[in-house]
Write a protein that binds this ligand. Structure first.
Ligand code: HEM
Length: 335
C-alpha cells in the first residue's frame, strides 16, 4: 500500500531531523565548524568589528548582520564562502522571504483548499504567484548550493561541511549509491538547515539589539562581565560560555521576551488521538502557543519586562527554579 503524503513528509522530516541533530546543537558538532583564526562565528564577527570606525559608521548594521548570519550558515552547512554580491545570496533572501507563508492563517487557501485549483488569473488568487516565486527560489537554492558544494568536493578545494559529510557517507541515513537518499537527503538537509537557521538566529539578534537599547543597565552589566572574564584583547569563544552566566541569561531572556516563532510551526496529527479527555482527529492542525507559555506571569513575573536577572541568583549561580525558555522557543519534539 502506498504511504499517504503526510506520512512520507513525516518520514522525510524525521530523517532530516535526525541528520540535522547529528550536527546542530551539540558540542561535538560545534567543534568542526572552525575556520582559520577560530570558530566561523568569531572570525566573521571579527571581520565586522575590526573595520575602521568610519567604515562601520556607514554600514547598515542590520543588513550587515543579516548577511553575516546567512553567510555563516552557508559556510557551516555547505563549506561555501558567500559574499553579499553573489546572485546566490539574493536567491536565498527570496527563499527566506517565503517563510512568512508559515504564519498560520495568512492565506485563505488554508481554510478553503479548493482555491489552490482556481486559475491564477481569478481575482484573489495572487497567493499562487507569491508561493510560486518562493518555491522557485527554494528549489533553485537547494540545487544551486548543492551543485557548488559538490564541485568544491570534486576539485578537492572544499572545506569541512555538513553536506560534504553526509555525501561522503558519514550521515545516518545515507545508504547505497542506487538509493535516492544518497542525493536527496543531503540536499534537503542542507536546504532546510539554511531555511531554518538563517532568519531565526538573525531575528533573535534583532531582539537583542532592541532589548539592550531599551535597557542600558543590562548592557552595562553585560559589558562588565565580558571585561572581567574575557578582557579587552579578544572576542568571546564558545569555551567562555560557562563563565558568562549573565550573557547566557540575556540570550535566554531574548528568546523568552520575543520568541521568533510565537506559535511555533504548525503540526498535523497523522492519526486520531485522545489527550486529557480531548479527542483530536487525524489531520488536525495543532498550533502551540509558545508566547503564552513564555509570558505566563506565574512562571516569569513581569513578563513584558526584559529581566535577564530572573535566571541568575544573587550569588551569581544559575536559578534552576525558573524554567528554561528554550523548552518553548525551539518548538516541540525531538531535536
Ligand atoms: C534562535 C534560533 C532558532 C529558533 C528560535 C528556532 C526555532 C524553531 C522552532 C520553534 C521550530 C519548530 C519546531 C516544531 O516543530 O515545534 C524550528 C524548527 C526547525 N529548526 Fe529551528 N530555530 C532556531 C535555529 C535553527 C538553526 C540554527 C537550525 C539549523 C542549523 C534550525 C533548523 C530547524 C529545522 C530544520 C526545523 C524544522 C524541522 C523539524 O521539525 O525539526 N533552527 N526551529
Amino acid at each position: 500500500m502506498e504511504a499517504p503524503p503526510t506520512r512520507i513528509l513525516a518520514t522525510f522530516l524525521a530523517c532530516f531531523q535526525c541528520e540535522i541533530h547529528s550536527f546542530a546543537g551539540t558540542l561535538c558538532a560545534a567543534v568542526p565548524a572552525q575556520a582559520a583564526g577560530g570558530s566561523v562565528e568569531v572570525v566573521r564577527t571579527h571581520t565586522i568589528v575590526s573595520r575602521p570606525p568610519y567604515a562601520r559608521a556607514v554600514l547598515c548594521v542590520m543588513t550587515t548582520l543579516s548577511s553575516t548570519f546567512m553567510a555563516t550558515i552557508v559556510k557551516v552547512v555547505y563549506g561555501l564562502e558567500l559574499v553579499e554580491t553573489d546572485p546566490e545570496a539574493a536567491r536565498i533572501e527570496k527563499m527566506l522571504e517565503g517563510l512568512q507563508a508559515l504564519t498560520p492563517g495568512k492565506y485563505l487557501v488554508e481554510f478553503l483548499p479548493f482555491l489552490q485549483h482556481v486559475p491564477g488569473w481569478v481575482p484573489g488568487t495572487g497567493f499562487q504567484r507569491e508561493l510560486g516565486a518562493w518555491r522557485d527560489a527554494t528549489v533553485g537554492t537547494k540545487e544551486g548550493l548543492f551543485k557548488k558544494a559538490m564541485e568544491g568536493i570534486d576539485k578537492g578545494i572544499q572545506t569541512h561541511s555538513v553536506v560534504g559529510e553526509l555525501v561522503e557517507g558519514r550521515g545516518v541515513f545515507v545508504q547505497d549509491e542506487n538509493d535516492l537518499t544518497v542525493q536527496e537527503i543531503p540536499k534537503s538537509v542542507g536546504n532546510v538547515a539554511v531555511e531554518g537557521g538563517a532568519d531565526t538566529t538573525f531575528s533573535s539578534l534583532q531582539t537583542f539589539f532592541l532589548a539592550l537599547s531599551l535597557n542600558p543597565e543590562v548592557q552595562r552589566k553585560a559589558q562588565a562581565q565580558l571585561d572581567a572574564i574575557v578582557g579587552p584583547g579578544r572576542l568571546p569563544e564558545h569555551a567562555d560560555r560557562s563563565n558568562l552566566p549573565y550573557i547566557t541569561a540575556i540570550v535566554k531572556e531574548c528568546l523568552r521576551w520575543h520568541p521568533v516563532l510565537p506559535f511555533g510551526v504548525p503540526h498535523l496529527t497523522t492519526q486520531d488521538i485522545e489527550y486529557r479527555g480531548y479527542f483530536i482527529p487525524a489531520r488536525t492542525v495543532l498550533l502551540a502557543n509558545a508566547w503564552a507559555c513564555l509570558h505566563d506571569d506565574q512562571v516569569y513575573p513581569e513578563p513584558e519586562q526584559f529581566l535577564p536577572d530572573r535566571f541568575v541568583l544573587e550569588n551569581g549561580e544559575w536559578n534552576t527554579k525558573v524554567p528554561d525558555p528554550t523548552q518553548f522557543a525551539f518548538g516541540y519534539g525531538r531535536r
